[in-house]
Every structure is written in C-alpha cells, then in structure tokens.
Design a protein around this ligand. Structure first.
Ligand SMILES: [Zn+2]
Length: 871
C-alpha cells in the first residue's frame, strides 16, 4: 500500500517542518487478542458475487477447502457486516451437515457450530451470505462519479472479512476461483484474467469467471465492477493494462510506459519472473490510500496513476511514477512472499519504499532521485528524533493497531535502513540476498529475521546484528566525532532528540555501518558497535562521516573539522552529502547546540548551489525560522529582505539552459515571491497563473502551478472562481487535485471561509476533505481560521471522515506554536475525541511543545544575527 502524502509545495511558503500524517501505535491493552486458531487451515476459496450497484448490496456464496488438524465441532473465521444465509460443511470422507452461526462483532469473528464433530482431515465449508456495498472506502464499497456507481474493493489490512467470510490473516494463504455476475454493459477486473464470459443468469446480466488466482493472503484479493476501459500492452510475456473510467482513458498511456520499464527491471533485479500472466492498474474515483498492491490488479487513487506528462508538473509525474513502481515491487516483495504477521509490515513497506526509488532512479537518471531520497531522509530523521516515535518492531493485534502500523516509521525509516544496508554491502551482494530470501519463501510467508539472515549468509557481514539493533531501538543515533589524530577519529554515540530538554538514556546504543569519506575515495565503511570508541580513518584534510548521505544517523564534528567541511563542501561533497551536512546542522540548531544565525550563514554559502534539492532542503528551513522562530512582523520582514538580498542575484544570473538550471530557477522564483515577498515576482506570478488556468498547455506546468500558489496568497474571487471551476470541470485528476488544494491557500478571510465550506460540501470527495483541513492547518496564514472553522463546524467536518482520515485533522492541529493554542487543541479533542488518534494527538501536542521550545531558545539568537546583518 502507498499512503497518500502531500505531493505539492506552496513555493516554499509553508510546511517544511509541519506535522504531517504521522500515526503511532495506540498501545491500548484493553483490546482482546483476535488471532484465529491454527486448527483449521484454508487452501482454496471458490467465490461468487452478485453485486447490485443501485441497491448498494451484494449476494455472495463461497466454498472454502480446509484442512482440519484436530476433530472439532466449531470453526471460527472472520466476518463483519455480513449476513449468513446458510452454512454447511462437507467432510470429504463423510457426509455433509448444516451448521449454525454466532457472531463476535468486537473480534470481527463468526463461529460456525455443527451438531456432529468434524473429524480431522479435508472438508469444504459452504456459506451463502449477503453484504452491503458501503461508503467507507474499505471492504467491498461503492465509488461514484457524476455518471454512475462502481463497486470496488480495498482489503488491506483486515477488510476482506467485510466482503466474504474468510480466514483473514496474512499467513492463511490460499488459491482463489472468483466469479462475478454483473450488469450486461459492465465489465469486471480481478487478480486473474477473465476465463469465461457467459450471459445470465437472468435478463440483463452476464457472469465473468476468472482464472484461478495464485496462492496469496486474503488482503491481496481484489475485484472491481463498472464500465472501466483500458489501454493494453505487453512486456516479457506479461499482459499489461491501465484502466480508468471512460472519461479518463486518454490519461492511461503514461502508466503503461512506466509499467513496461519496471516489469523488465524487476524481472532482472529479483531474478524471479513476474509470477502471473497479467498485471492490471486501475484508477478508482474514490480511494482512501494512494495505491494498493493487490496481486495482479493494482488499484490507485486517480492522480497517482492517470496523468499526461506533457501537462503535469514534474513533482506529480515523479509521485505517480514512484507510486506505480512501489506497488509493482510489492508483487514480489509482499505478494509472492508475505510477512507472517502485521508486526513485520515495516519490511514490506520499507522495502517497497526503498525499491521504488531505486527503480525510478534507473528509469530516469536525470531526475536526481538520490538527492530526493537524501532530502526525505532528513525529514524522517527529524520525525524519529521526537520522544513519541516508536521502534520499528512493535506489537499489533487488533485491526485498529494494525492499521496504525502504516506510518513514517514503517515506510520511511524502514526504507532508510535498507538503503544504508545496501550501501554498506554493495548493490550486487544485497540483490543476491533479496533473491535468496524471495526464492526460499515463494508463495509463502516470512519474517524480518528470515530477510536479514539471508543477507547475513550471502554477505558474510553482521547484517543480523545491525538490523536487529535498528529494528529494536526507537529513535535515531547521533555520532559525535572528535578530531582526527594518528589515523583514529574518536566517536561517541547517543540517541538524538530535537528537544534540548531531553537527556538520552546512556545505555541506548546501536550497531551501525558507518560509511565515511576521507581523501579521494568514494567511501570506506566500518561497523561501529555499542562499545567502539573510535573509527580508523586514513589521514585526510576533510573527513565526512556519512558518505553518500545514506547512513541512518546524525553526525556532529569538532569545530575545526566542521569548518574544513563547509569550506570544501561545494568541491568535495556530492549533492546528497551537502543535503546530509545541512540537515545535520539544522538538527544541531533544533537541539540548541548551534545558533540559528550559523545556519543562515550556511544557507547563504549554499545560495549558488546547482542542485534544487540541496537548495530546497536548506532554504525550506528558513521559512520555518520565519514562521516559528520570528515572533514579530519586523523580524519576519527582515528575514524576507535577507531572502531577497541572498537569492535575487542568483535568480537574475540563472538561465533555463538545462533541466537542472530550470528546476533551480523555478524553486527560487517560488522562494523569492513567497518567502521573500518580492513584489515584482508576485505580479509576474499572477499573470502566469491567469494564463495557466485559461490554457494549461500554454505554460510550463511546474511554473504554472507554482505561480498559482503564489497568486492565491493575494488572490481575489476571480482566481478562486477559476480554481473552483477547474476542479469541477477538469477530467484530469492531477489538475483537479491541484486546483482543490489551492483553494485553502488563499489569505482573504471571505475566500478561505468559502474554501472550508466547500471542503465539507458534497462537491468534495470524502477521500479529500480531511486533507484539505490538514493542509490549511499547515499554512501559517490559513491556520487560525481553519481551526476556528473546524471547531465551530465540527459536526460537518467529522461527517466527512472515513475511518482513517480523522488523523489528518488531528495531526494538522500540531502546527500551532503557542501555549494557548496547545491548551485549546488539547481541550477540544478531549471534548470531541476522534477514534484511533490518541497517539496522533500526543504527537501533535509534542510538536507544539517543540515549536514553543525552539522559539524560546533561538529567538534571541535570531535577533542578534539580524542586528549583525545591519537590519
Ligand atoms: Zn506499499
């Protein structure tokens, strides 16, 4: 699964350090253990469904082949929101008997009881049932467009049980024969291709029977019904299709090209041919996550699949490309080999996160994906430097706990740990380890230990010790290096906290591969153990402790070492390493070990950097200083003036000769107009915005969307109306998504009010409403009004949530920076609790505390520095 993160920037005017969607485990011990017994093992499901899209219901029947270990008279499986009509068991060496059913809704289980004891051995369970096509974006649900309804599925993590009674745990793998009886004009897509299509039963219907789907976990089953249309292709003998509602089929060729490249790439990388004969990609009009890796039938939120690269900005194209190849990586890593239980979902998601970057870097070398990854790593390290973070390994028993495992730690920290291991072992050794792991567990289940033991065996290096340490210990280490003397650099490690008020536990240490750069070599690596006092380093003028910026740790140096590094960073360090160095210095400022002025001097030293990622990683924090540290208008104006003085000359010198130069120019345009409040560029932005909205093809899309973001700040109702119209009339989901988001970035209070009212109206899909409020809460100019609206319209706002979306609003409330706001947030959610967001609320409150502390410690430094600038 790919969680939907924000893909878009607002010209660096906000959000660089904002609280993003960050869910943490709710360690509620009240929940009852919900695991099924291992006495009944399913091997095959025969499933028939007849959905009624108008009535929003379905009829289903199933036959599950099971093996019973010990004689029993009761069988418990998972079911919720289903009504059972008949239950029967057919013992293969004996007769059939009917059963009765009782439900335990809290455990989401049904127990089938039989009068006669069922002997050990093989049997078939036969159940007729009915269910509802819900509006909750999970299970078997209804998705709607202006024209019609679609019936679609989303089962991860524990929602197959809403569509059919099943043994809904990842280790109960089985094969599937699925058939669907649907309206004559409709088609359906499932994990396997259609094997037969026959009219009836009944007038106006036809029945599609799909080929047998391979052995897989229940959460990977999928079927969608409607008038989807597809563009077809083929790669390495696999039939590929990209499918959409008919109005969007013109936007499907982009994804087909991505899929062709990635299929061939993965066939080679994994050394195992893609296991099915076909792979479909389907854009779904209502979809809670970003995308879902159902085996052979991947489903997507529309903007993550369907776009026109000629009219989409680069960041949208990159996001969609990453989403597509993320889900394709899961076909092997997750679908073919699946985690034994949800506590190891981090390995699934961490692997797919790491792999998506690797695959896209190979597909588009000019996209500078390693720099993008290095920037992401800075965010992850900062999130993990807060006390409410969790260890990668955590228990998850209930559906609510399982869903909350899909967080920054699972995806981004998991991915970062794997990147560090790959860099340490070397690409080919790591690839062989991945192959060995997959080959040993094909069509089965495995644990994280199985993965790192395979890597240890292939590499003959202590991967098991390193990974065990990173998985078990919460937080991120900081390595503090002393001066290089006689071939040794002393190093002390401890857990890093952003908050200077927290003293780390001295016993918390890691086993880490430290890959460093000294002299001209790309890198040397050594394993740092909890008791290592130093690293052996060749004598060199410059020592940089995080070669390639790929290590999952922060670094701090002795003053002379640091000064030497900064002096030579443009010539000796790669862009990824400069991102790492700047990120470490920012972390030192956050922890009150360096002054904010030192950081601003470092940013000035980077002002001519040729990489837009190096620049954005450094300069986005200037916006944080402006929004969070500066408390007066004078300070903010002085910082805006500094931004203009520092970057306007660079902007004036830049041309558009190369794509790289082009990216830097567009980034600086946003920074100068927004953070720098450059009046001329703001006027220019409005002109570009009007032109872009009138005819998107007439303007470079990245520039066009950046310009709209700037223009919206001072935007009038004409611009607001134009965006609303674009959202309502465009058939391009990427453009719709962009236009909708921009509505909450206006600063005019009347227009903001309209934007919030619109967000809770039926015109905005439930998948998007909570995200609108999250975004508004991240923007300093919209924040107060958004919060007032949420409080005074709570009933309406909450009615737009689906189960998982409430956390977006709770997380957004963590962007305030005052004691009063903190109390207000705390009291409001105490009086209006949102289910399953206790930890998200804790994290939000901690984020506010962090901001207050940051301002208190650094505002005097900022004043001093501004005075020294002559401001
Ligand atoms: Zn995923």
């Amino acid at each position: 699964m790919k969680i939907r993160w924000y893909s878009f920037s607002l010209g660096a005017s906000c959000c660089a350090f904002a609280a993003i969607f960050f869910l943490l485990l709710n360690f509620s011990h009240a929940a009852r253990a919900q695991r099924l017994s291992a006495n009944v093992i399913p091997s095959h499901y025969l499933l028939d469904f007849t959905p009624d899209l108008k009535a929003a219901t379905f009829n289903g029947s199933e036959a599950i082949d099971v093996n019973i270990k010990e004689p029993t008279s009761a069988i418990t499986l998972n079911a919720i929101e289903l009504k059972f009509q008949t239950v029967e068991i057919d013992v293969h060496d004996g007769g059939a008997q009917k059963g009765s059913v009782s439900f335990d809704p809290e455990k989401q289980q049904a127990t089938l009881t039989f009068a006669k004891t069922i002997p050990a051995g093989d049997a078939t369970l036969k159940i007729h049932f009915t269910g509802i096509l819900n509006n909750e974006l999970r299970g078997f649900y209804l998705s709607k467009t202006d024209r019609r309804s679609y019936a679609v599925t989303q089962f991860e993590s524990t929602d197959s049980r809403r569509a059919f009674p099943c043994f809904d745990e990842p280790a109960f793998k089985a094969t599937y024969d699925i058939s669907l009886t649907i309206d004559a004009g409709d088609t359906a897509i499932s994990n396997s291709a259609i094997a037969s299509d026959t009219p009836g039963p009944g007038a106006g219907k036809h029945t599609l029977v799909f080929g047998t789907a391979p052995k897989m976990s229940t959460y990977l089953v999928a079927f969608v019904v409607g008038d989807f249309q597809c563009t077809s292709g083929e790669q390495d003998g696999v039939a590929l299709r990209v499918c959409a509602t008919p109005d969007k089929v013109a936007l499907t060729p982009f994804a087909l090209d991505v899929a062709k490249f990635a299929l061939h790439y993965y066939d080679h990388y994994f050394g195992i041919h893609y296991p099915l004969r076909k792979l479909d990609f389907i854009g779904i009009p209502d979809f809670e996550a970003g995308a879902m890796e159902n085996f052979g039938a991947i489903t997507f939120r529309e903007p993550d699949l369907l776009l026109d690269p000629k009219t989409a900005p680069f960041r949208s194209e990159r996001n969609a490309t990453l989403a597509i190849v993320h889900e394709m990586a899961h076909q092997w890593f997750g679908d073919l080999v699946t985690m034994q239980w949800w506590d190891n979902v981090w390995l699934n998601e961490g692997f797919a996160t790491w792999m998506e970057n690797k695959c896209v870097a190979a597909m588009h070398p000019k996209w500078d994906i390693p720099q993008f990854v290095a920037v992401d790593l800075q965010r992850t390290l900062n999130t993990d430097a807060q006390p409410t973070t969790r260890a990668i390994r955590a228990r998850a028993d209930t559906p609510e706990e399982i869903d909350q495992m899909f967080d920054t730690i699972a995806y981004d920290k998991g991915g970062a740990v794997l990147l560090m291991i790959e860099n340490y072992l070397g690409e080919e050794t790591f690839r062989k380890g991945v192959h060995a792991y997959l080959a040993a567990h094909e069509y089965g289940n495995a644990t994280a230990e199985d993965f790192w033991n395979a890597q240890t065996k292939v590499s003959h290096k202590p991967v098991n010790k390193i990974m065990e340490s990173l998985v078990a210990e919460p937080g991120a280490p900081i390595l503090e290096f002393g001066p290089l003397v006689a071939g040794q650099v002393p190093v002390a490690q401890s857990r890093f906290f952003l908050s200077p008020g927290i003293t780390p536990n001295p016993r918390q240490r890691w086993t880490l591969p430290v890959c460093f750069k000294a002299g001209t070599k790309k890198q040397d690596c050594q394993v740092l153990t909890p008791s290592s006092p130093s690293l052996a380093v060749p004598t060199a003028k410059v020592f940089f402790a995080n070669a390639g910026g790929m290590g999952y740790y922060r670094s701090a140096y002795a003053p002379a070492q640091y000064a030497a590094l900064v002096a030579e960073m443009e010539t000796r360090l790669t862009p990824e390493e400069r991102i790492s160095l700047t990120g470490d210095e920012w972390a030192q400022v956050r922890a009150d070990k360096a002054a904010v002025g030192d950081y601003l001097n470092l940013v000035a030293a980077l002002s001519s950097d040729p990489s837009s990622d190096v620049l954005s990683n450094a300069v986005d924090n200037v916006s944080v200083i402006k929004d969070d540290v500066a408390s007066t208008k004078e300070e903010r104006d002085a910082l805006a003036a500094w931004i203009r003085r520092t970057f306007a000359p660079v902007y004036a010198r830049l041309g558009n000769a190369s794509p790289r130069e082009h990216n830097v120019r567009e980034y600086l345009f946003g920074i100068l107009a927004s953070g720098g409040k450059d009046a001329n560029l703001r006027a220019e932005a409005r002109g570009i915005a009007d032109q872009y909205l009138a005819d998107p093809a007439s303007v470079d899309p990245t520039l066009g969307q950046t310009a709209v973001g700037i223009a919206a700040k001072n935007g009038d109702s004409a611009l607001f109306d134009a965006l609303e119209k674009t959202y309502e009339t465009s058939s391009d989901p990427e453009v719709q998504d962009f236009a909708l988001h921009e509505l909450v970035t206006f600063t005019n209070p009347d227009l903001l009010k309209r934007a919030f009212e619109y967000s809770v109206s039926p015109k905005v899909r439930n998948q998007d409403s909570a995200m609108q409020f999250n975004l508004a809460l991240r923007i300093p100019e919209s924040r107060d009004q958004a919060w007032q609206f949420i409080k005074t319209h709570w009933g309406q706002v909450q009615a737009e949530f689906t189960t998982a979306m409430g956390s977006y609003v709770v997380a957004g409330s963590g962007n305030f920076c005052s004691v009063e706001a903190r109390e207000d947030v705390k009291n409001f959610f105490a009086a209006h609790p949102v289910p399953a967001t206790e930890s998200a609320l804790r994290h939000a409150l901690e984020h506010i505390d962090g901001c207050i502390e940051f301002r208190r410690s650094q505002e005097p430094n900022l004043k001093k520095w501004l005075a020294a600038q002559g401001q």
